[in-house]
Design a protein around this ligand. Structure first.
Ligand SMILES: [Zn+2]
Length: 220
């Protein structure tokens, strides 16, 4: 489980603020799912989760609703959503047994990365940069490369439009989003790390967002 920082955004009425927090869970099939907690749940239960987020915690949610973001399913909290940490039930026991036998002393996150890479097709950075292959939609690929330089280590975030997540533009007239073509949009801060990577003679500029970017910053 990974619990992100809470984001505050201005509501459409311009009079109040809303709150959103992402929680990323891994199930026993080593699949990830993102849950967006909104408002009170983001602030209270979300903060509790963040503070008590010990390794391999088990959490159960009820009354969530489903949505998709960039073709990936996401769950959203509703007014009736509730949450339990390490609930006393058979399912918790089953997951604990799985953690003991399958995960053991390894890290759940590393298992997930290893499993995800196995399901992807390996490509060379050179093939990608020289457009020697056609990438298929709905397919994941991986390549090996080393980081040469991180360009924005001192400011690894950007100010984004809360509804479309694109970078906002600040002018003398105010804050606008060119994507939503709206003035005075709500702003959230998102991680964005720009870097140059290299494999043999090929180099490429790479941009990482959110948890991938923050994981790398922590690892550094
Ligand atoms: Zn926008």
């Amino acid at each position: 489980m990974k619990v992100q920082q809470v984001n505050r955004f201005e509501r459409n009425d311009k009079l109040s603020f809303g709150y959103r927090r992402e929680v990323i869970l891994i199930n026993t099939m080593l699949q990830t799912i993102t849950i967006n907690l909104w408002d009170d749940l983001a602030l209270n239960e979300g903060q509790l989760l963040k503070e008590n987020c010990i390794k391999n915690s088990i959490v159960s949610f009820y009354n969530l609703k489903m949505s998709t973001y960039h073709r990936f399913p996401q769950l959203q909290s509703t007014f009736t959503t509730g949450m339990l940490q390490n609930p006393k039930c058979n399912e918790t026991e089953r997951i604990n047994l799985w953690l003991e036998h399958i995960v053991g002393k390894r890290s759940l996150n590393r298992l997930w990365v290893a499993k995800s890479i196995k399901e992807c097709e390996e490509i060379k950075l050179e093939q990608l940069m020289d457009k020697k292959i056609t990438l298929k939609n709905d397919m994941h690929y991986w390549f090996k490369a080393t980081i040469c330089e991180i360009e924005n280590k001192s400011k690894p975030w950007y100010e984004a439009c809360a509804s479309c997540l694109k970078e906002i533009i600040k002018t003398t007239k105010g804050i606008s989003c060119s994507n939503c073509t709206k003035q005075h949009v709500q702003i959230i801060q998102r991680y964005r790390l720009r870097m140059t990577v290299r494999d043999n003679d090929t180099s490429a500029r790479l941009t990482l967002f959110e948890d991938v970017a923050s994981d790398l910053l922590v690892a550094q």
